[in-house]
Ligand binder design. Structure first.
Ligand SMILES: *Cc1c(COP(=O)(O)O)cnc(C)c1O
Ligand code: SF4
Length: 333
């Protein structure tokens, strides 16, 4: 290239060398990133790579996905399974912590691997796909658990499944009389919008209301391609919600949060949850104290449409579940 800019990649980058060749990882960071790669998965899609400004060492998109040697340092308060899913797993691939809803994790692959992920010890491109027999066991559990009204597909990322496979799973769940709602948590619409084909959108028309919770942390993630993918989902009757994590260096200012929530609304996504960071190993560089999070949200109230407001939540340690964190206000009157 005449200006020395490396070419934009056509495929997902999965190694430190590939990131370096694409200009997204300086030579001096290669050794540290290689050590991280031995423990945690790496993936940067072409859509995400195109969003990164390689000249900005503090780029908020790069920070979410480019491995850093700091990930190998586990702080004393960090936990392997911060949300403590294991004790709430009646059969492989299912997590039942709350009475009326349960998670189904059909696979553990994602389009990208986020450096702050709370399931980072489990997610990855190989493994984690339920076998036919395991999926049957999981579906049989839903069939015999009538208090569960909502099936929440997560992972990994359920939109990484083929439309045929995803449609089959949703159809089986929707056919259960006690299942009233389907929900999917996904990063695909922003991280790999090309995967949201008409066939995938059609697979989501399972005959029961389907809520899709889009995970995005920065306004720039709502590109024209992402907005197009979300539009295809809306046309298939999907209700879109937004889920974000409060992250140091990504969205830890009132302006960045306002921009993020407004970008969601423009893309027909209603902000649902802003999560406090879960203490997964090696994620301390992303931590924002709760008091700071509350103060940031207080600065939006009144100035920004109420539609933009997510609930700020924290996962209690040791399986305590999600609790709202405020912000708190002086008493009314
Ligand atoms: C977060 C979570 C849910 C969904 O909770 P909502 O508050 O309904 O979004 C369900 N099950 C588990 C285990 C969860 O961690
Ligand atoms: S897409 Fe979700 S599950 Fe996958 S690495 Fe990112 S935060 Fe974790």
């Amino acid at each position: 290239m005449p200006d020395g800019t490396p070419p934009r990649p056509a495929r997902t980058l999965r190694t430190p060398e590939a990131l370096h060749a694409a200009g997204l990882l300086p030579a001096g960071a290669l050794a540290g990133a290689a050590a991280v790669a031995e423990r945690y998965s790496i993936a940067v899609t072409p859509a995400v790579a195109a969003l990164i400004d390689p000249a900005d060492p503090a780029d908020p998109i790069a920070r979410q996905y480019i491995p850093d040697a700091a990930e190998l340092v586990t702080a004393p308060h960090e936990l392997e399974d911060p949300t403590a899913d294991a004790p709430f797993t009646p059969v492989k691939g299912v997590v039942h912590r709350y009475p009326d809803r349960a998670l189904l994790k059909p696979l553990l692959a994602c389009p990208v691997y986020c450096r702050f992920c709370f399931r980072r010890e489990a997610v990855g491109p190989d493994g984690g796909l339920l076998t036919e027999a395991e999926l049957e066991d999981a579906l049989a559990w839903f069939a015999r658990t009538p208090e569960v009204r909502e099936a929440i597909l997560t992972g990994g990322d359920p939109l990484m499944l083929s439309p045929r496979r995803l449609g089959e799973i949703l159809g089986r769940l929707a056919a259960l009389p006690h299942i009233e709602l389907l929900r999917i948590h996904s990063r695909v619409p922003v991280a790999a919008p090309g995967l949201v084909s008409e066939a995938l959108a059609a697979a989501l028309e399972a005959g029961k209301p389907l809520y899709l919770c889009v995970h995005a942390n920065h306004a720039r993630e709502f590109t024209p391609a992402a907005i197009g993918a979300l539009g295809r989902l809306v046309r298939a009757g999907v209700v879109l919600l937004g889920q974000s994590v409060l992250l140091r260096g990504v969205n830890d200012s009132a302006g960045a949060l306002e921009d993020l929530f407004r970008a969601m609304l423009r893309a027909r996504v209603k902000p649902y949850y802003l999560h406090q960071l879960d203490p997964a190993p090696g994620t301390a560089r992303f931590a924002v104290p709760v008091e700071e999070g509350r103060a940031l949200l207080r600065r939006l109230r009144g100035r920004v449409t109420g539609l933009a407001w997510p609930t700020y939540v924290q996962e209690r340690p040791a399986g305590g579940g999600k609790v709202p964190l405020g912000p708190e206000y002086p008493p009314a009157g």
